[in-house]
Ligand binder design. Sequence first.
Ligand code: SF4
Length: 335
Amino acid sequence: MTSTLSESTWQKSLAQAIRDPRELISQLKLPESLLLPALDTVQSFPLMVPLSYLNRIEPGNPEDPLLKQVLPVDRENQTVPGFSDDAVGDLQVRPTPGILHKYQGRALLMVSGACAINCRYCFRRHYPYSNEPRTLAEWEPVWDALSADSSIQEVILSGGDPLLLTDLRLQDLCNRIAGIPHVKRLRIHSRLPVVLPDRIHPGLLELFQRLSENGTLVWMVIHANHPNEIAQDVETALKQLVSAGIPVLNQSVLLKGINDSVDELVSLSERLINLGVTPYYLHQLDRVAGAAHFEVPEEQGRAIIRELRTRLPGYAVPQYVREIAGEAHKVSLLG
Ligand code: SF4
């Protein structure tokens, strides 16, 4: 079957995303009492919900687990001790604008400051994206730094969401990276296959396949938190990635009132492995200012993982980890 998706399809979907809380509340028939807090809160972190994602939310249900990931609420404006703007120490590991260098052998590039959805718990909701390189000339020092450090075998494209770059821009970036002989792997962290699945179109798959065939293996790390996020269009996108030979991993964030339940996480893992996607990480919430109301106690997280182990094959149980600023790796919370 020939796909009719193209670059213009996903760009149209992105343009149609809901950005106004009035529209979100009206389309989902939610109580009017949610509107004022939402209008107040979007001043500091905007609302963004693609229609594909909106269609997976149950109308009239303020407790819907997908709605809670995107609806701005007044608790985001509270100051809570221990929660800060730079929860994972990104700004301490930025040797050159555009690069975060946290872990040995890997470098992360901040290639986009935008996302197709704004997750209210986002660990980078306060990140100063405007300080990152944007023009081709501004990227030159990044290529120089990567070329000069032969310990870097893997480059991670992140942001924001790297798949919000146009195919042409993405291809330029990928080709520059692939041209550095010691870089063997390109990892792409993106929530788009889950929230804007028509971003996965034949032109993009061809780019990834070409890179892998020419020696820079492409890995994709997606981000799904709840089984309801794996709608039909998402299944199609994930199957296409897997069929193209691209290893696909999922990372989730443990979120209070959204997925802090054994049944929901079992269901998510089963949906993923049946599509050929490996459940990789279950992250303890990064303690970013504005997201304290999403935090689940670690002891509860450990109990959930112990239960997952009794209900799923080992490869379907994600690693329960937290990121700690300054640590040389993600820290396992299972001891
Ligand atoms: S997609 Fe990722 S970077 Fe973007 S808002 Fe959500 S958590 Fe943050």
